[in-house]
Design a protein around this ligand. Sequence first.
Ligand code: FES
Length: 125
Amino acid sequence: MTTVITICDTCKAESRDAEKQEKTDGEVLAALIEAAAKGVQGVTTRRHACLMGCSHGCNIAIQAQGKLTYVLGRFTPDQAQAEGIVEYARLHGESSKGQVPFRLWPKAIKGHFVSRIPDLPASEA
Ligand code: FES
């Protein structure tokens, strides 16, 4: 089953200088995640405008059918964080319920969890 990384591509850091930075921080992070996810089995990416966590961007969500969904934020658009997000998504994909043991969490995603959402029961999906 595929785990999808949804990346907010409209997130902007407070320190962003709109005159000097053509792209939003979310767009930069999305490009880094997309590059890091290339060729990774069981992981896909998509972009979405505003995940409604604007005050603590950059934000992403990690989802798969029938598994726990995780929303993470407070990312800066850099390579290490992008690679950590993709590795966490890969581990999420390998887990039957989407619950990755803490000991396996990539360092880059620690401290970035915002919320965890259980999957819908089959009767309500
Ligand atoms: S702009 Fe990214 S969460 Fe709102």
